[in-house]
Every structure is written in C-alpha cells, then in structure tokens.
Write a protein that binds this ligand. Sequence first.
Ligand code: NCD
Length: 405
Amino acid sequence: MTLAGRDLISINDFSNEEIEAVLNLADEMSSALEKGKRLDLCQGKELYTIFYEPSTRTRSSFETAMHRLGGTVVSHAEAQVTSAVAKGESIADTVRVLERYADVIVMRHPLDGSTRLAAEHSSVPVISGGDGAHEHPTQTLLDLYTIRKEKGAIRGKSVALCGDLRHGRTVHSLVIALARFGAEITCIAPPDFELPDHIRDTLKSYRCKLTEYESLEDIVTEGSLVLHQAKTSSRRGGARLTGPCGQEGFMTFLLKNLDVLYFTRLQRERLSAGEIGDAAEESYRINRQLLEKSRDDALIMHPMPRTGELAYEVDQDKRAAYFRQAGYGVPVRMALIALLLGAVETGVSEGPKRKTPKLAKDVGGVRCLNGRCVTNAERYATAKFCQVNPQLLRCYYCDWMVQVA
Ligand code: NCD
C-alpha cells in the first residue's frame, strides 16, 4: 500500500491501517534517530510550510522532521501579512504557485475547510497544520502515538477530553480517531464549549461509549453530574447522575478509571469577549489535588500552548506527558512526510479504503451556515455538500450540518 501523493486534511482521510502505518514508521524513525543513524530518505525534496496563524510546535516540528530526512525547507510564517494574501490573493492561486516550488506543502489557516480547498488546487500533497476550528489531523497522529507508546494500546483505554471542545480543532480530529480505535471517551466541557453537533453526528456512526460532564470540579469535589450518552445528539436530554456508591465514590471511581486526561485551552482567538465567561477555564483546571485522585499510571496530555488550565506544579509529575508528546511530533511528522513523498511504502497490504464521500447533487444555492467556512470567504469556492439523509447535508469543507426542507 502506498500513501504517495495523498493529502492529509481530516483524520478521516486515512484508514485505521494507514494511521497505524504512520505510527509504526514513526517508531522506526525514532529508534534510528536514537542510534544516531542518518535518514536521508527525502534528499532532493522540498517542504514548504505556509502558516497564516501563530505556531510553535507544528511548524517547527515539521521543519525539523524534513531536515532530519535530508530534505530542504522553505518556511513561510505570518503569511497573513507577509504573503500576497495581504494584497488579496486567493488560497487557490497561492497553492498553484507553491506547488511549483515544493514537493509537499504544510498549511495552517484560520478558516475552516481552507486546507481542503488548498488541496483541491494543488498537484503536490497538502498536509493541514490546522484549519480554523475544524481539524488538526497531524496533532492527532502524535497524540495517538503518545497514547500507544506510553499506554501500550489505544483500544479499550479510557480517555477524558477536557476544555474548549467546541472551538479546539485538536480534539475534533482526536475524538474521531479515538472512537475509531475503540477507546472509551469522557468529555468535560463547560456549557457552550461542548463538542459541536457535526462531531457528535460523526461519533454516532462509530457506536463509541461517550460520557459528558460540565466540569472537573464536579468530579473532584461534590456537585451534580450531568451524564449524556452519545446517542443524545445534544446536551438536552442528559440525566442527572448520583452514582450507586454516592457522589464522591463515583467521582473517585471515574478518575481512577481514566488512563488519559487530555487538556485543551480556551480558544480565545475564536471567541468574542462576551463568549468568554469567567467560569469557563475554572471548570477544567488540573492541579496537584486532582492529580492525587488520579491513577498512578494516568497520562496528562495537552497539545499546548497551555494557559491557565494546567498548573505548573503538575510538570514534575511523571504522569505529565505533554512535553514528551510535543517531542514525538518530530518522528511522527518524519514518517508522514516520507510516506506522502513515496520515500517509504507503508509495508502493509492494501486494506479497506475509507469511503470517499459522495457529493450531493442539485444543491445549488445552498450555503454553508458556518461563518468561518472557507466557502463563505473565498469567492470562487463553490459550496459542496454530502447528503447525510434527505433533509440533512454536511459541508464538504468544514463538516457543518445544514438542514434542507
Ligand atoms: C494547537 C492548535 O494550534 O490547534 N496547537 C498545536 O498545534 N499544538 C492547540 C491550541 O492552539 O490550543
């Protein structure tokens, strides 16, 4: 099986076998690097990173990865002000030019679906480094790698996702992958920051076990817990839970069952001042008190950057995995680049291909309702939808749902 020439925009662009192939190759790359071996697999190839939003880890780990593969790098940061986009150039024209300079492009952009649009106009592979609040698939590859490496497996692991689950793109890709790999998922998000409906809808098809709470405080101290199952597509209809062994007993039970606590920050750049309540961040802060109640072998993960949700006192604990997690970004991105450039074959036989979504016909005039969707910003971009059922369309670019009469 080859991944040569493929794009990675959504985690659902890769099958489970393809994801595993990336993680296995990352393991090999990591051991080769530890032994001091040179890996010149991509000599003569060029990686172009174009980032329209700030980045520390994603851009630099992609670039480090390409250097370690013996390739060359062109690094274009702050593209929103330093590229011709500032003069009104479109995403399509930008990538039509970049494909002439580079063998693979990594793009980060503030609009949902922007990297999919870029990939449509590029003849070389496009890797998304994050598109608005939509997805961040390569962060998910390294998150899965971290869990697999440090916990031995993903299937059956109990993972809690805490924070701004509505606007945080890392969790959108991650929660889908966790469901596909058979993890048990607990979501802890303050009201109005829960997983968006289109993600819930996707999760339904994987029949995963999903439990939701409003606040970590609810779990650690007393308080009422609100439990929702994935079957309820929105928070409405959740049941109040007072566990069989009492509130405190249940909370301790829950924390003792979590293999991974994955924290994310409030995505302030995607929120208006009115949307940022004081209570939001307070509801999912991890400190020593919470750590004491967690399992000895739990993993504390965070895609970074952290703001207030992760106390510095946690850093010294062996369970704090977030800096190791950031480090795994290099071998994982090395593996991905080498595979997309065809420098390495996956080594696994042709598995079942993930279905390419069928586009709905006769939807002329329907617009995506997501104000951040690229189809509402780039004039030449035609809105495209996949038919979920006769009344429901899913935006091909940003996955938002649109009801039709
Ligand atoms: C994340 C992102 O950009 O979405 N950062 C990263 O790539 N590691 C998370 C965030 O900014 O909160």
